[in-house]
Design a protein around this ligand. Structure first.
Ligand SMILES: O=C(O)CCC(=O)C(=O)O
Length: 255
């Protein structure tokens, strides 16, 4: 079954065109072709980089995707194990992947891989992501749904071996905007001095090496290079975030 959603029209470059609906020119004006999407690039140093396309998808089309995913995805909230403790994952999730790939396992949880054919809308979003990122290729997708501001993802890196040494992760946001943080992983010396937050506090590691991105409805953020090896990311709780956010993180599992 094909999706009826039309995601083909890229949002124009926001620097030159204020509204996606005006991409082909106003009254009496010469028709303008949509320009290729150009991201804001953040060089994290050491071969790590983040691309941010704040208006990757037009607003209305993105809301259609939101509604479809909110209703149709078989969301679950699995029990995971972190630092030896079991707890319910603080957000809903689902996993979609090509057939025959190595299984994904994180925090003691192995999600069932659904087929792309079950969710045509996801194939449309994947196509748009591939068009925005020539040369990139994604064959799996971890979906997250944050019902409100108390749902979150804690500091982690997507550094599972099945993604290889330099995974590229393309993350599309629908619905409520949330803050996305990146911080440098502690060095070996810092790890040797202890672990986790207490070490950061004791060594007074304040965070010149922290970056924050506001991920808005219809935006795309891409982590590349050594970002998963050298950095951690999180979406912290935000009491003021009152509505649902759905996030798609496209990944490439090596064969
Ligand atoms: O929701 C997000 O933007 C991040 C999700 C995430 O970090 C993950 O799925 O590993």
């Amino acid at each position: 079954m094909a999706s009826r959603l039309r995601l083909g029209q890229p949002s124009p470059n926001p620097a030159s065109t204020p509204d996606p609906g005006e991409a082909n020119g106003g009254e009496g004006g010469e028709a303008r072709k949509p320009e290729p999407k150009r991201p804001e690039v953040t060089n994290l140093g050491g071969g790590s980089e983040v691309l941010h396309f704040p208006r990757f998808m037009a607003r209305e089309a993105a809301w259609e995707v939101f509604e479809e995913l909110d209703k149709r995805i078989p969301w679950t909230r699995p029990t995971i194990r972190v630092f030896g403790r079991s707890s319910v994952q603080p957000r809903d999730t689902c996993y979609v992947a090509d057939e025959g790939l190595t299984d994904l396992k994180y925090s003691g949880h192995q999600p069932r891989a659904h087929s792309w054919d079950e969710f045509p809308v996801l194939k449309d979003v994947l196509k748009a992501v591939h068009e925005a990122l020539p040369g990139s290729y994604f064959n799996s997708l971890l979906l997250n749904r944050y019902k409100a501001g108390l749902d979150y993802v804690s500091w982690h890196a997507d550094d599972e071996p099945l993604y290889g040494p330099t995974p590229e992760i393309a993350s599309v946001t629908f619905g409520c905007e949330r803050e996305f943080l990146l911080r440098k992983k502690p060095t070996k010396t810092q790890v040797a001095a202890g672990s986790g937050e207490s070490v950061r506090k004791r060594l007074k590691i304040d965070d010149p090496q922290q970056h924050s991105f506001l991920l808005k409805h219809g935006s795309l953020l891409v982590m590349r290079g050594y970002t998963q090896r050298d950095w951690q990311h999180s979406v912290p709780k935000r009491a003021k975030a009152a509505s649902t956010r759905i996030n798609l993180t496209f990944r490439h599992v090596l064969s």
